[in-house]
Structures are given as C-alpha cells and as structure tokens.
Unconditional design. Structure first.
Length: 85
C-alpha cells in the first residue's frame, strides 16, 4: 500500500524538475550549456594559477570575466528574472 507521503514529493522534487532535461525550455538548455562552459573555463583558470602559469590577479580577472559572460548570457536568454525567484 502506498501512503500519501510517498506520492507528495514536495519542494526538492519541484526544484529538480526545473532542471530536468525533459521539461526545460530551449533557453534553459542553452543556459545549461553556458554554465558547463563556465565551469570548464574556471577549472582551466584555476589549474593555470595552481601551476604558476598565471598569477592570482590574472586568475581573478579571468574568473570575473567568465562570470560576467555567464550573467550576460542569462540576461540575453531572458532567464535573469527566473533565477531570482
């Protein structure tokens, strides 16, 4: 027998549903790709800074630039309002 508690998944399930590939809009899919690219770039910048190939200030500037690009893509896709909710 199934109880009502197991059927009502509540807030975490709704939050995960917003991230689902099956229910996402094209804009959300594009933003997800932008987010993946952001993560890869941050990893590369961090690795270069750790290896001593760039100094800490250049790494910070690079991360800040990547962050601004990610925010701009969010605004361009019209998702900036959704993220505040």
């Amino acid at each position: 027998m199934t109880s009502n508690r197991t059927l009502d998944l509540g807030y975490p399930a709704r939050a995960l549903e917003k991230l689902s590939y099956l229910t996402s809009t094209p804009a959300q899919a594009i933003y997800r790709d932008c987010l993946k690219r952001f993560i890869r770039r941050i990893g590369a910048i961090r690795a270069m800074e750790t290896e001593g190939k760039i100094d800490r200030e250049k790494a910070y500037d690079g991360i800040l630039f990547c962050w601004e690009q990610l925010q701009q893509s969010q605004r361009d896709l019209g998702l900036a309002e959704d993220s505040a909710a």
